[in-house]
Design a binder for this molecule. Structure first.
Ligand SMILES: NC(=O)c1ccc[n+]([C@@H]2O[C@H](COP(=O)([O-])OP(=O)(O)OC[C@H]3O[C@@H](n4cnc5c(N)ncnc54)[C@H](OP(=O)(O)O)[C@@H]3O)[C@@H](O)[C@H]2O)c1
Length: 255
């Protein structure tokens, strides 16, 4: 399937680890120009030099940005547009994984997972209108099913991400801008949440692993592939969906 992503300008937050890192690579493999960010300068420097060597025929441009700093985030979006001349796809991917039912975690989840997502999209929308581009937000199965961390802000805010993305899709459809969500199930990443859980709480990890009917957790590349499809021209009539990629972990029927 030809995705038609060559030369498209794609913005991804949280691009140096986990699902974000896989998405950066996958878009580069399709010939897209990829701007990505994270907070750790050493990781950005490494990614910039490795990706430039690995993908000499396109461009990977990593920048240090903390998405919870809204001024910094908006100014990054605007500098990406200036540097690459356009924006075709935005993927707000960062979460602060706020799992505690405390005021601090509720505020952090709103700021990092929701307000930064809204701010990034808001800053990019005038550019997306010009390119008839699209948005892919990253939610979670925790936004659909009540999970083992409940009651906590994580799932509630992830549900809000799905709701907002569907509203956006409806509002922007007449202008040719699409918006979809991808909701990963349990995605195993050595230096990510499940790798850490496996080392710190092996019994909790095993309990969660056992819930996965395929007998395994997902790979970050499996989420990247789904996001690539949603962001591509092959999904030109797909807007407002919540694409759950979880190996059938969720048992509810999504109507
Ligand atoms: N892993 C799963 O099982 C799973 C399941 C469902 C949904 N998801 C969702 O998928 C998304 C990615 O998760 P992941 O597991 O891939 O995460 P991850 O492995 O922890 O990677 C997070 C990335 O985001 C960056 N980051 C974190 N906070 C940031 C901030 N404030 N500003 C800028 N960059 C920041 C990190 O780099 P720095 O720390 O250097 O900034 C890193 O590059 C999240 O929205 C998560 O909710 C994940």
């Amino acid at each position: 399937m030809h995705l038609g992503l060559e030369g498209k300008v794609v913005l991804i937050t949280g691009g140096t680890k986990g699902i974000g890192r896989s998405m950066v690579k996958a878009f580069l493999e399709e010939g897209a120009i990829v701007h990505f960010c994270s907070r750790t300068k050493a990781d950005i420097d490494n990614a910039n030099s490795n990706l430039t060597k690995q993908f000499p025929s396109t461009k990977a441009i990593g920048t240090v940005v903390d998405v919870s700093n809204i001024d910094q985030l908006r100014s990054w979006v605007s500098s990406c547009a200036t540097e690459s001349g356009r924006i075709d796809v935005v993927v707000p991917n960062v979460s602060c994984f706020a799992m505690q039912n405390t005021a601090e975690d509720w505020q952090a989840a709103f700021q990092t997972d929701m307000f930064s997502l809204w701010s990034m999209i808001d800053a990019a929308l005038p550019h997306l209108e010009k390119t008839k581009g699209n948005v892919v937000t990253i939610s979670s199965v925790s936004g659909r099913d009540i999970d083992l961390t409940a009651p906590s802000p994580y799932g509630a805010i992830k549900a809000a991400v799905v709701h907002y993305t569907a509203q956006l899709a409806h509002q922007m459809a007449p202008k040719g801008v699409r918006a979809n969500t991808c909701s990963p199930g349990n995605i195993y990443i050595e230096d990510g949440v499940w790798g850490q859980m496996e080392r710190a709480h092996p019994e909790v990890f095993k309990g969660q692993m056992d819930l996965n009917p395929m007998g395994r957790m997902g790979k970050p590349e499996e989420i990247a592939d789904a996001v690539l499809f949603l962001a591509s021209q092959r999904a030109s009539f797909v807007s407002g969906v919540n694409f759950v990629v979880d190996g059938s972990l969720c048992t509810g029927v999504q109507l």
